[in-house]
Ligand binder design. Structure first.
Ligand SMILES: Cc1cc2nc3c(=O)[nH]c(=O)nc-3n(C[C@H](O)[C@H](O)[C@H](O)COP(=O)(O)OP(=O)(O)OC[C@H]3O[C@@H](n4cnc5c(N)ncnc54)[C@H](O)[C@@H]3O)c2cc1C
Length: 407
């Protein structure tokens, strides 16, 4: 007779991004067998992106898996953020570390490659089977299991299927009868990692904005003296440059910001500059059906403002593992997971969408008043309640057996 923590068939996970790998590790730590299937070849998994901020809600979730020390060793602890104008005058400061929860792990800024590498190492140590270079193309459900179909013609059986396969998820597409078209934010980002800090102190997320060109962005340490930077601009979707021209374009965008942003772009190798149009999904509350559910961007891809996309994928993963480890019936477990996660993610997304919909003002004086007076005043009043709630850890502290606690 299978027990809740040892089903006869593994939980199948489509996608080895931040969400899929965290789910695989969390489930394995709770004694639930898993198998992960990732479309990219093994050598390419750690090669994506530049730098991420992983806020305390998510570092604390990773802490329950015993990863806090590795995160802090690879990345850089974050105390808060500073927003400056084009003349490097401070508009406001955010003191996010003040609004973390007692006993939680500090927020960390880290390169995406280092975070994925750290998760893969932990999965390997835990014995997680990771199959690379195979794409999930669909699934079939039966009364006692689910079959995931792969693009190499194989069909693998499991107790349930987790679609952690990102914004263009094959699992989401089948669940909703076709892939919902990702929405374009109207902004594209140029990103890179400078090997030198160019004077930026560690511990602060430095945010900058140029009112005239509407170029904005940020810079933050990602460990080892390196600084990740991003420059975003308003542009039509789908435009592409030749990769050799990306640094040139980033240099042009940074020109009206002659201080730190320009220096960081100049210090970055041309081949290390990447570009991404920022997309997201309409909000959907139906994440699953029967033995299938979604996690991370597949369930709730959101714009990058507030830096909570990967954090919410990590929260999903530990809550999902908690639900599957504590229910006999996987179908009941998946619905319990969705019930716990949907209200939380809906709230986080609402905060993000408020920022995205912040009105663009063209009148020079009104713009000055809003940017220099109204916005800092609103942020001063609201930052405590916003960051306190954003950084709420998804599980009670110290309650996970065999997980190494929160630190
Ligand atoms: C510019 C930028 C900056 C960001 N900054 C932050 C930040 O600072 N903090 C933060 O928390 N979030 C940030 N985000 C958001 C964050 O990157 C995403 O929310 C996060 O990566 C989602 O993780 P995921 O595992 O759900 O999906 P993904 O990272 O998209 O991973 C999905 C995985 O599934 C694989 N896959 C896809 N299709 C299939 C298939 N059919 N079969 C098998 N495998 C498949 C993919 O190859 C990939 O490995 C940022 C995003 C962008 C674009």
């Amino acid at each position: 007779m299978p027990t809740p923590t040892s089903p006869t068939r593994p939980v199948l996970i489509a996608g080895a991004g931040i969400g899929g790998l965290t789910a695989a590790l969390a489930l394995t730590r709770r004694g639930v067998p898993v198998a992960v299937y990732e479309r990219r070849p093994a050598g390419e998994i750690t090669m994506a992106g530049s730098g991420l901020t992983i806020w305390s809600n998510a570092t604390t979730a990773l802490g329950t898996l015993g990863l806090a020390d590795r995160l802090l060793a690879r990345g850089e602890a974050v105390r808060g953020g500073t927003s400056v104008d084009e003349h490097e005058r401070v508009i406001y400061r955010m003191r996010t570390a003040r609004y973390t929860w007692p006993g939680s792990v500090p927020s960390v800024s880290i390169s995406r490659g280092d975070l994925i590498g750290l998760l893969i190492s932990a999965c390997e140590e835990a014995g997680v089977p990771l199959h690379t270079g195979v794409r999930c193309v669909g699934y079939e459900q039966g009364p006692d299991g689910v079959v995931m179909k792969l693009d190499d013609g194989r069909a693998v059986r499991g107790s349930c299927l987790i679609g952690a396969d990102g914004i263009r998820s094959a699992v989401l597409a089948q669940l909703h009868g076709g892939l919902p078209q990702p929405l374009y934010t109207g902004r594209s980002t140029y990103r890179g990692i400078s090997p030198t800090a160019e004077g930026l102190a560690p511990g602060t997320v430095y945010m900058f904005h140029h009112g005239g060109t509407r170029v904005g962005g940020g810079a933050w340490h990602v460990g080892g003296g390196r600084v990740a930077w991003t420059l975003s601009c308003v542009t039509e979707p789908g435009q592409r440059e030749d990769p050799v021209l990306l640094k040139k374009r980033a240099t042009e965008l940074a020109r009206p910001l002659p201080g730190l942003p320009s220096r960081l772009v100049a210090a970055t190798a041309a081949e290390a500059v990447i570009r991404t149009d920022i997309h997201y999904h309409d909000w959907r509350e139906r994440w699953g059906d029967g033995r299938v559910t979604l996690l991370g961007d597949a369930a709730h891809a959101m714009p990058t403002d507030l830096g909570q996309g990967a954090c919410q994928a990590i929260e999903d993963a530990v809550v999902l593992a908690d639900a599957l480890a504590s229910h006999d019936d996987p179908v009941a477990a998946l619905r319990a997971y969705e019930q716990r996660r949907v209200p939380r993610v809906r709230w986080v997304r609402e905060q993000v969408m408020r920022l995205v919909r912040w009105p663009q003002i063209d009148h020079r004086v009104v713009k000055w008043l809003v940017t220099k007076v109204v916005a800092p005043a609103v942020i001063a009043v609201k930052q405590r309640s916003l960051w306190r709630e954003l950084q709420r850890p998804p599980l009670p502290f110290g309650s996970r057996p065999g997980t190494g606690g929160t630190r």
